[in-house]
Design a protein around this ligand. Structure first.
Ligand SMILES: Cc1cc2nc3c(=O)[nH]c(=O)nc-3n(C[C@H](O)[C@H](O)[C@H](O)COP(=O)(O)OP(=O)(O)OC[C@H]3O[C@@H](n4cnc5c(N)ncnc54)[C@H](O)[C@@H]3O)c2cc1C
Length: 426
């Protein structure tokens, strides 16, 4: 067998391994360029994909474009809002990644020419790619909710991108008098982290119960039902009786406009004037997806579920929150799994073989209190051009579990966050 055949066989072995979500990585293979991949977005999807590509086939030239020098993670950021952890615990640098053989460009991607295969960066650099991975996460739709724009978000924070907004909401809660009303407005589907608003309501309720017990929380919802609903509602009854009021769509839960000057939120049924308003507006794929021409009218990006290649632009792949991933929720867990499957598909395509059909796992943990964890899990595979959940593959935490199991799940959630951030940024 020639050296070339050996290398090719090893690359194919690596690809087969990467088609699973639990991935043992292998040492570097031969050097030399087998193709150029540019990845835009150094979050759970993009940073995972860049690293996985290099591990699969070290001959690939992989460049990760990330606009920020520090990544601030959303998972567990509800704990920051509730005063349970520091924002610093959410922050990760790209130092380790920069020291690896992935090339890091700390720049915003400002232009994409799909025909010429070029990405332009804010500093004028032009990066040529054979395949592009777009993983920009979400942007907020500033045009979707009358009265809600970037200036309004300084008074009524969304805190749906972690960082300054997270701290703003925390400070507002700290400054609120005991007896104040907190309103959280949750959007219709699809949006980043389906259980996120309900975890937030739970942890804010925990803060109110322990620090401002005469206060109340109203959760205005543009939906009739939500992720892990029974588990959350049981937890609210058990831990925060009378503190949280959930208002579904049919009872007037959809916020139709806001007035940041008056600090009011209007629904078709009534107007609310809270002391603290957390408005989570409708969302779309990060702006760069529009620049790449991979977002459709919904604002999200349709993809082939095996390769994550855009159905709108050849040679551009979309992963993470920005993608329309069928039944898979927009979660960090899912973004990480999609990134590995996409990397495996890309390595296969560069090696000239047919990508394997992936199976993708997602688990979303939520905290109803610091020592009260609940979860929902599922396994997904391509079917009829979509990612569908394999029947009977998943489920939620039991409804009637003892406190000890809730505490165990809370600690498993903590372990998951440590593990995934170590894998992506460590
Ligand atoms: C409150 C909250 C709680 C959550 N809790 C959980 C949880 O417990 N578990 C879970 O699995 N998920 C959770 N999530 C969801 C999770 O945060 C997202 O699903 C995940 O971050 C998606 O990963 P991503 O890589 O697609 O996007 P991101 O992680 O947002 O990464 C996108 C990156 O792209 C960069 N970028 C964007 N545009 C450009 C550009 N033009 N040029 C250069 N860089 C660019 C951004 O700076 C960013 O670093 C939560 C979300 C929220 C809001």
């Amino acid at each position: 067998m020639t050296g070339g055949q050996t290398t090719r066989r090893r690359v194919l072995q690596q690809i087969a391994l990467m088609a699973c979500t639990a991935l043992p990585f292998r040492p570097a293979l031969a050097q030399g360029s087998a193709g150029r991949v540019v990845v835009i977005g150094g979050g759970f999807a993009g940073a995972t994909c860049a690293r996985a590509l290099k591990r699969l086939d070290p001959r690939l030239a992989v460049t990760l474009v990330e606009q920020s020098a520090t990544f601030t993670a959303c998972p567990f950021s509800n704990g920051v809002i509730a005063g349970l952890r520091d924002l610093h615990d959410q922050e990760f640098t790209y130092d380790k990644l920069a020291a690896s053989d992935v090339a890091l460009a700390t720049q915003m991607a400002t232009g994409i020419e799909p025909q010429a295969h070029v990405v332009s960066l804010a500093d004028g650099t032009r990066l040529v790619y054979d395949r592009l991975v777009v993983a920009p996460g979400i942007d907020l739709r500033w045009d979707a909710l009358p009265g809600y724009n970037e200036a309004a978000a300084e008074k009524m924070p969304h805190a749906w991108k972690a960082g300054a907004q997270t701290l703003l909401l925390r400070r507002q809660l700290e400054a609120m008098e005991d007896g104040g009303l907190v309103v959280i407005a949750a959007p219709a589907n699809p949006y980043r982290c389906p259980p996120g608003p309900y975890e937030r309501a739970s942890l804010v309720a925990h803060y109110l119960k322990t620090k401002k017990p005469r206060s109340k929380l109203i959760l205005l919802d543009a939906k009739e039902a939500f992720s892990k609903q029974k588990l959350f509602q049981n937890a609210w009854q058990e831990l925060y009786p009378g503190l949280i009021e959930w208002v579904p769509l049919s009872s007037g839960g959809k916020v139709t406009s806001v007035d940041p000057a008056a600090l009011t939120l209007a629904t078709d049924f009534q107007t609310y004037k809270p002391a603290v308003a957390n408005v989570i507006p409708p969302q779309k794929a990060g702006h760069v997806a529009e620049l790449a021409g991979v977002a459709d009218k919904s604002g999200w990006c349709p993809i082939d579920p095996v390769t994550f290649e855009s159905t709108l632009q050849p040679n551009i792949h979309v992963i993470g929150d920005a993608a329309i991933a069928g039944a898979m929720p927009k979660s960090a867990f899912a973004a990480n799994a999609q990134a590995k499957a996409c990397a495996a598909a890309l390595a296969a395509l560069f090696a000239g073989v047919t990508p394997q059909t992936p199976k993708l796992i997602n688990t979303c943990y939520s905290l109803a209190a610091p020592d009260y964890g609940i979860s929902v899990a599922g396994v997904y595979q391509p079917a009829n051009g979509q990612l569908v959940e394999i029947a009977g593959s998943g489920g939620t935490s039991p409804l009637d579990a003892p406190a000890s199991l809730r505490a165990t799940e809370a600690s498993i959630a903590d372990g998951w966050f440590r593990t995934i951030t170590a894998e992506v940024f460590g």
